[in-house]
Design a protein around this ligand. Sequence first.
Ligand SMILES: [Zn+2]
Length: 310
Amino acid sequence: MLIRMGFLVLAVVAALAVAAWPSEVEEPQGPVIVMAPEVTWEPEEPGEGTLFRIRVRASEHTRVLGVHGTVAGEELHFARVDDRTFESIAVAPVGSPPTVESRLRYVYAEAPEAYDEVRIPVIPGSYDHEELRVAPRFGAPPSAEDQEQLDRDRARARAAAARAHRTRPQWTGDLVMPRDSRVTSGFGDGRVFNGQVSSRHMGLDLRGARGDTVLAAARGTVEVVDPFLLAGNVVYVNHGAGLLSAYFHLSRQLVSVGDTVEAGQPIGLVGATGRVTGPHLHWVVRYGMTSVDPRSLLTVLAPSRGRGRP
Ligand SMILES: [Zn+2]
């Protein structure tokens, strides 16, 4: 009798196990409700050749552990701004209108990671054209020797961009124009060198006489102090999170590679080194290798902007 009871208990346990089995298998396949995060950006329509902020906000019942991705192929560096919100600086390159593409990857706490693609509208920039006459050496195709230096200069700029992408944000709320002077040539203007359309002007020219002081726009680490062929004597400052600023045609550099510079610190003197028509500061801001209107660095990093907004 006792043995029979034993069998009965076993049978009941087995029956329960069989009954429980299908639901245990099905549970992970059942609808895991993951509401995709909301992606927004500021400003609502970024300008061509500017920096902007992209924001990812997790839905209320979905825990997001991390956000990764790119805009215009440049890596983003998302930082958590509150329980549900992640934010990164991003770039709308020259030539991107009508839209720039963002590819995003969400790492969820309770679900497999997911991919997302967003098209962000970009307002076209309005650019001027400018005729310039420079020394014939710079108007003709470069010699083999010049080409070698151009390649070397480009490799340095690329290495600096890669380091900026690997560096944590260095800036503080302090931001300054590197010179308090008039803009003499705008960002993005078409350049016609010795009658040939050559390129766009991928920096901002600020008036200055030889020897006038050039200030670091924001806090960062000095990455490059070098003579370049076209840019002349340069200083590159790495602000972290992909951001770099560079100061071209200097008569003198006042800092060394590895120095930490504060916003407003003198880093060089205005000059006319490299491919120039006269002394001035050519100021460059890049996100990775993508140049933007340098003034958008000050706009996007300004502490009042985009903080604490719903
Ligand atoms: Zn320039």
